[in-house]
Design a protein around this ligand. Sequence first.
Ligand code: ZN
Ligand code: ZN
Length: 398
Amino acid sequence: MTVTCADCGATQAIPDLPAGGTAECHRCDRLLARRSATGNAIAFACAIAVVILLPFAAFLPLMGSTIRNIVFGESRLVTSVPVIYSEVWFPFAFGFLFFALLFPWVRALLEVIVLSGWHVWQRGRLFRWAEELRIWSMTEVVVIAGLIAYFRAGISATVGVQTGALCYIAVALFTWIGDHALDRRGVWNSILPDTTEYPRRHYASCDSCELAAMARRSGDPCPRCGSRLDRPVGPRFVPAAAAVAAALPLCIPAFSAAIMVNNNLAGVLEHTILGTVQFLADRGYWQYGVVVLLAGVALPIVELVGMIWLLARVRFPETHGLVRRTRVYRVLHRLVHWPMVIPFIAALAAPIIKFHGIDEIVAGPAATPLFAIVALLMLAVRLFEPKLMWKTAGVPAS
Ligand SMILES: [Zn+2]
Ligand SMILES: [Zn+2]
């Protein structure tokens, strides 16, 4: 079948794959197809499990806490939202609600509808939206943040894991398995088969489902997923650059102000991100300190520098190293949501340790700028198209 690589725009024929076989773009190594041995049964089962379990994970108690069995506290994922709302800036509260709960649930629901094989209206569009939500669903980030919040809270009080947390861990696990088991090319082909004609001419092609459309013109809607064929990528450069530029000045408050404020009988402790690393290390949890250091400090810097480099290479094109830069983009795309772990730690630890006047953790003023930095970087990575680098460097489409 003939497909057009979404990353570099090369139209190419790929052979029918044996079970377990993969096909990569001949020019930029993008994974174009992976045929699973079991079809999409595993992905379908995982999506159903997520749809059922996620409401339980949201509403059942997440963690319980007590100080010497005198005062007790309990948190739920849904109660984290109003707590963040009351303590910090409201977009962060909505961000948590969407990234941790709503987007993963909607995505799983869309996958259930698409994979069930029912002939629903606009099935291709539904699958495109499910794929679009992938970068915005952060179940694995929430699990890691919850783990660190658990140990951080354990320094102040005795903390117990409850049913909601177990449900959420299961949700993250099923999401991960389903993601890796999904045969995307197979799903697209079940909606509308790829072109079989050998590519000898230019096809108007879709950069969402990689369809090389036979009898369509540039600008037409994609017959399979409803996106626009040969969508112009140029206009996305300025918004992507603007998002990176907006993230830069926010680094000052994010790294200098306190991410967590701890009011206890001994006084008020304020921890910046680096202070949290030291605090965890001092109490013997150095391995979690390393996670915070990597996700909270190293990764945002890598993402910022990486995006600036790629954007600069669109402005000052260079044919040499295009493949390497496309690979760098894919790594940035995969890692961009991990720094969200830091504001989520603050969001999850705050409702557990809420013993007014005795011991209390509050998300600090740095949580909001850090959240904004990560959200802007995600937006920049999403808006940026590696195809822009190929186009401005003057590499032909096939
Ligand atoms: Zn390619
Ligand atoms: Zn399409």
